[in-house]
Design a protein around this ligand. Structure first.
Ligand code: NAD
Length: 281
């Protein structure tokens, strides 16, 4: 079984990006810039943002974190986003989710100009992705996609099952697999027989949030299985896939932790560089 090492894949991607940033600097005399807006003091968000900033610096991007307290007014955040939209030193803008209840998430997402939307959440980018046009792609599914392609470069005609239909993961993952000419089944909480669906799959991407939902006897021999889930349990962090069982049948599998997570951040850097390059045309 191939253990898909997300840390290694992310380190390789960061190395490539680092080289690209050097070339971009030579060509344009400036480097891509990522600005993250962090609202409140929720510990997980603080950690995510710190990791994003560290990784951005590592590949040579210009990075900035703008912090607001939980009580910040929505209009203050929207005004700042509009300023950043017009700042030519800012290539990508990310507002760390979740947001306090009094701030309208959709309004925030739609205020970020699509060309700087490094998360790929703006409806324009969502539409472009589903139409097969160039767009920013949400970082987690992009990371999953790159890891699948490392194991199997030609996905044409493969049967893929995506478990979960969130805007963040399941839906963009579906679009990426469709673009690669997979036959994709999207499953969710109302799916009648999830096991039967998964047993058909050459590729399974599980993005649900239920510990070890996908069992060993749900997986066809030699399937590629990508585990997006991060679940805190008594036995520590586990994914949505029963790792020990599935590793006995799958051709390739991502671990949790150390699988999809590290690639997510590396893809954010990739998206920032892509936004910069598109803005130079
Ligand atoms: P979500 O809660 O927005 O969506 C979950 C989806 O799972 C829904 O579409 C729902 O219909 C489906 N679902 C729920 N119960 C189901 C069942 N019994 N069978 C089949 N489908 C079912 O979650 P999300 O934001 O997509 O996140 C999913 C998981 O991925 C979470 O554990 C989250 O922590 C993790 N995550 C990881 C990363 C990363 O970088 N590794 C990034 C984002 C999210």
């Amino acid at each position: 079984m191939i253990l898909i090492d997300g840390k290694k894949a992310a380190a390789e991607l960061r190395e490539e990006l680092k080289k690209e940033v050097i070339q971009l600097k030579e060509k344009y005399n400036r480097v891509p810039g990522l600005t993250v807006i962090l609202i409140g003091d929720m510990a997980p968000s603080q950690i995510y943002v710190r990791n994003k900033e560290k990784s951005a610096n590592e590949v040579g991007l210009k990075s900035e974190v703008i912090k607001y307290p939980d009580s910040v007014e929505e209009k203050t955040v929207l005004k700042k986003i509009k300023e950043l939209n017009n700042d030519e030193n800012v290539s990508g803008i990310l507002v760390q989710l979740p947001l306090p209840k009094h701030i309208d998430k959709q309004k925030v997402i739609e205020t970020i100009i699509p060309s700087k939307d490094v998360d790929g959440f703006h409806p324009m980018n969502v539409g472009n992705l589903s139409s097969g046009y160039e767009s920013s792609v949400p970082c987690t599914p992009l990371g999953c996609y790159l890891m699948i392609k490392k194991v199997e470069p030609n996905l044409s005609g493969k049967k893929a099952v995506v478990v979960g239909r969130s805007n963040l993961n399941g839906k963009p993952m579906t679009q990426l697999l469709l673009k690669e000419n997979c036959t994709v089944t999207v499953t969710h909480s109302r799916t009648k027989d999830l096991k039967a669906e998964c047993l058909e799959a050459d590729i399974i991407v599980a993005a649900v949030g239920i510990p070890e939902l996908v069992k060993g006897d749900w997986v066809k021999k030699d399937a590629i299985v990508i585990d997006v889930g991060i679940n805190k349990t008594e036995k520590g962090l586990v994914g949505d896939v029963a790792f020990d069982e599935v590793s006995k049948v799958a051709k390739a599998l991502t671990p949790v932790p150390g699988g999809v997570g590290p690639m997510t951040i590396a893809c954010l850097l990739k998206n920032t560089i892509e936004c910069f390059k598109r803005s130079q045309i």
